[in-house]
Design a protein around this ligand. Structure first.
Ligand SMILES: [Zn+2]
Ligand SMILES: [Zn+2]
Ligand SMILES: [Zn+2]
Ligand SMILES: [Zn+2]
Length: 480
């Protein structure tokens, strides 16, 4: 811990401990919006199990070849294979000894745990260097919440620990400790995403794990390859605690608190939640409740006292419980249909079904409903898949206006949505609109993503192109 403090001090950070929250990361100088607060390479990481295989080294999906000895990891080339070899050499021996069935059943979480133990062993043997920010003591210091976990989950962790033990084949493995480490991973490991927030894998970042949660965070975590980067999204004055968000913040306070309690075992008391509890009835009636009977009214509805229906709190009109139940049942049925079409790869039918869901939700839900927003997000994805660019652009705009209500101005999802909007407008030949959207995308994403990654350089080039095109259009006008 002292080692870590000494290493963090010159970067303007310190770690403190409080009885309620445990460890906290604090600033000892000002950080301006967009400034990198801390970066960290994973202690261990593993690509996820999606349909598309990924390189163990860089998580990319191009030119992949399997390790010929154990047939488990993929590599994009000799550079990644070499850089991974020190750790994979031991893993490879362990995996090669398993029968085919067992090797196939190896989930990313099991692999992550195996790698955690191999890394510890290799650091103990000084094959890998140990530093103040890269050592097993930091993993040991992570909370595990074993006492909060239910019986069923404990049994599952014990079973998983046995499988890890079978892979490692170490004479004196401590099954209880392995199970405890699974519990640690569940509340400390991070999902590694690409610049567009698509999940690629899982990694353990024990220093970044010190950062606590807020539903209205002053920092954001993004990934550049496997490296985790935390940036300030607002001015963080000296002597302030750094916060990121562990969960989706668009949901109502009750939904966020439930998610935090279930996965991270704490009750959030951030300023946003305290405000939320005070406003909770109204907030959830808007985000999760129903719309007024008349289209012109934006009032939110609450259950009436004799439970026969829902009353608009603005104009007093009542919607009957039967009507609400009927439409809700229809929505559910259509939604099931839509996701079935989607999982069988039938995008066209899925788009029709989701449009039906949308129409029903427009009659049922408050106009600011989260469910309606989610339906439109799905429609946007499907229309992109179908290459219906004009349709996609329309939904992209709906989604942006919903995001503007549920997210702060500087939020990666807002910036990414503007980026999509800009690309679509550019593709459809609306240069002026493309410039507007791309400019907004740059404004948000240069704070959350920095300016120096291939992803951001791409965005800046697109904006330059759009501006050049607009310039040449303007000069053609003058000549005419
Ligand atoms: Zn690679
Ligand atoms: Zn291998
Ligand atoms: Zn909160
Ligand atoms: Zn009303």
């Amino acid at each position: 811990m002292e080692d870590l403090q000494r290493t963090l001090a010159p970067t303007g950070l310190s770690v403190s401990t409080t009885p309620e929250k445990g460890r906290c990361l604090n600033t000892t100088r000002n950080f301006s919006p967009g400034e990198v607060i801390i970066t960290e390479e994973p202690y261990v990481c593993v690509p996820n199990n999606s349909s598309e295989s990924k390189c163990d080294g860089c998580f990319k999906s191009v030119n992949l070849k399997k390790c010929s000895a154990c047939q488990v990891p993929w590599y994009c080339g000799s550079t990644c294979q070499k850089s991974e070899w020190k750790l994979h050499r031991l893993e490879c021996q362990a995996l090669a000894g398993l029968n085919k069935e067992r090797r196939k059943s190896l989930t990313p979480s099991l692999r992550l745990m195996v790698r955690l133990y191999l890394k510890r062993k290799l650091q103990n043997e000084q094959v890998f260097q140990t530093t103040a920010t890269d050592n097993y003591n930091l993993v040991e210091a992570l909370v595990d919440h074993m006492s909060d976990i239910g019986e069923k989950q404990l049994v599952l962790y014990a079973q998983m620990a046995n499988l890890v033990n079978l892979v490692l084949e170490w004479p004196n493995s401590n099954i209880k400790e392995i199970a405890q480490n699974f519990s640690k991973l569940a509340c400390n490991a991070h999902t590694i995403c690409d610049s567009e927030l698509r999940p690629l894998g899982t990694g353990l970042y024990p220093v970044i794990s010190i950062i606590n949660h807020s539903c209205s965070p002053n920092a954001v975590l993004v990934f550049e390859g496997r490296r985790a980067v935390v940036r300030a999204v607002e001015l963080i004055p000296q002597g302030t605690e750094v916060f990121i968000s562990y969960v989706e913040t668009a949901e109502s306070t009750a939904a966020r608190q439930k998610a935090l309690k279930e996965q991270y075992f704490f009750t959030c008391s951030c300023p946003y939640c305290r405000k939320g509890i005070y406003m909770e009835v109204q907030e959830s009636a808007i985000l999760e409740g129903y719309r007024c009977k008349t289209d012109k009214c934006n009032g939110f509805l609450l259950r009436d006292s004799d439970d026969r229906g829902f009353v608009c709190q603005t104009c007093g009109l009542v919607r009957s419980k039967e009507e609400i139940l009927k439409i809700s049942a229809d929505v559910k049925q259509r939604e099931d249909q839509a996701s079935q079409f989607l999982s069988s790869g039938n995008c066209l039918e899925a788009s029709v079904a989701y449009r039906n869901v949308e129409q029903l939700q427009l009659r049922l839900c408050h106009p600011f409903s989260i469910n309606l927003m989610r339906t439109r997000e799905s429609l946007l994805k499907i229309l992109m898949e179908l290459e219906d660019w004009r349709g996609a652009l329309a939904y992209c705009r709906y989604v942006i206006s919903a995001y503007q209500r549920v997210y702060p101005e500087i939020h990666p999802l807002v910036g990414l949505q503007y980026y999509t909007c800009g690309k679509l407008a550019w593709f459809l030949g609306d240069t002026e609109d493309a410039i507007k959207s791309l400019t907004k995308a740059v404004y948000v994403l240069q704070t959350t993503h920095g300016t120096n990654t291939p992803f951001m350089r791409d965005l800046l080039v697109r904006l330059d192109e759009a501006r050049a095109e607009a310039g040449s259009q303007a000069s053609t006008w003058k000549k005419l």
